[in-house]
Ligand binder design. Structure first.
Ligand SMILES: Cc1cc2nc3c(=O)[nH]c(=O)nc-3n(C[C@H](O)[C@H](O)[C@H](O)COP(=O)(O)O)c2cc1C
Length: 298
């Protein structure tokens, strides 16, 4: 019996088994192929996550020195004592009243783009930055540096850098949609407020720091920690009666970092001109989303 007649014999006498095997192979192939497509989709999604996000998140959790027993000493002493915490106790009525009052105060905060040149007392700058420094941070790493610039020459040097980069940003780096979305705010590459405002606060994020023994100290969640500190800074500025312009100077990080002699583990996140508003200041009549759109009670 040759191979062909043997195959025919099998098909005739064992057709049930043959068809079952064929159906099983078909099902297995379909499942395998579906998984491959899903994996490919996952990889594609991951590729859209910015590189720095991966870098920070991975380094946040894992360090190559993990095996070094010396590295396993905690950055602040493990035997840090616990002390009683006794904040002022308030009645429910008082809490309700204060929550309303604070909302009403913060609802009047606005981003201002023209400033009076009147100086800010050093005490005020110290206090608002001390307030920002009270922020929570991942593992109490306090990954921030606030550089307060009041020297007119330094402000001018900053303005030159920011305006040069902004010309490029508006002309080539930002999308046309982005530039169009900014039109209601009448922003452009000219930034007189960088010289007019009595102080510029540059908020740097430390990606990591160094322990007293020279070893690298990991900073966990430095981005969200600095964002929270910036929010507290903005509310302190508003609370004391000053105004600020929240700005993120695109592509200025390395030039401003070098100008201000900041180290390479620091990244410029925000540049806030701070002061009193110019007498003729106007702001766009913006509406904020109502509570029903930003809050869910579950
Ligand atoms: C991350 C961030 C970056 C911003 N960058 C700029 C900027 O570069 N220039 C500017 O004029 N305003 C900037 N703004 C201010 C926003 O335009 C402003 O907050 C928004 O229009 C809402 O207005 P309000 O702050 O008065 O409520 C920025 C705000 C944020 C939060």
């Amino acid at each position: 019996m040759n191979i062909i007649s043997y195959t025919i014999w099998i098909l005739e006498n064992h057709c049930f088994i043959v068809y079952s095997v064929l159906i099983a192979i078909f099902i297995a192939f379909t499942v395998f192929h579906k998984n491959r497509i899903e994996n490919r989709e996952l990889i594609r999604e991951k590729k859209f996550v910015p590189k720095y996000y991966h870098a920070e998140k991975i380094s946040d959790r894992k360090n190559h020195d993990d095996e070094d027993p010396d590295f396993l000493t905690s950055a602040i002493p493990e035997n840090t004592p616990y002390i009683p915490y006794k904040p002022i106790r308030r009645s429910t009525e008082e809490i309700i009243k204060r929550s309303r009052e604070y909302y009403e105060l913060m609802a009047t905060r606005r981003t201002v783009r023209s400033f009076s040149t009147e100086p800010i007392p050093q005490d005020v700058l110290d206090n608002i930055i001390k307030t920002a420094g009270t922020s929570p941070s991942g593992a109490h790493t306090e990954p921030w540096t606030f550089v307060a610039v009041q020297d007119p020459h330094m402000k001018l040097a900053i303005r030159h850098i920011v305006e040069e980069e902004e010309e490029e940003n508006y002309a080539r780096r930002m999308s046309r949609q982005w530039v169009t979305d900014l039109k209601p705010f009448a922003t452009n590459s000219t930034k007189p407020y960088l010289c007019d405002a009595p102080a510029l606060i540059l908020v740097f994020r430390q990606t990591h720091s160094f322990r007293s023994d020279g070893k690298k100290r990991m900073h966990y969640y430095s981005d969200i920690s600095v964002a929270i500190a910036a929010g507290i800074l903005l509310s302190a500025i508003h609370y004391c009666g000053l105004v600020a312009l929240t700005s993120t100077p695109l592509n200025c990080n390395s030039r401003l970092r070098d100008l201000l002699s900041r180290p390479h583990n620091e990244r410029l996140e925000l540049l806030l001109p701070v002061g009193k508003p110019h007498d003729n200041t106007t702001v766009p009549d913006l509406r904020r989303k109502p509570l029903s759109e930003i809050m869910l009670n579950c």
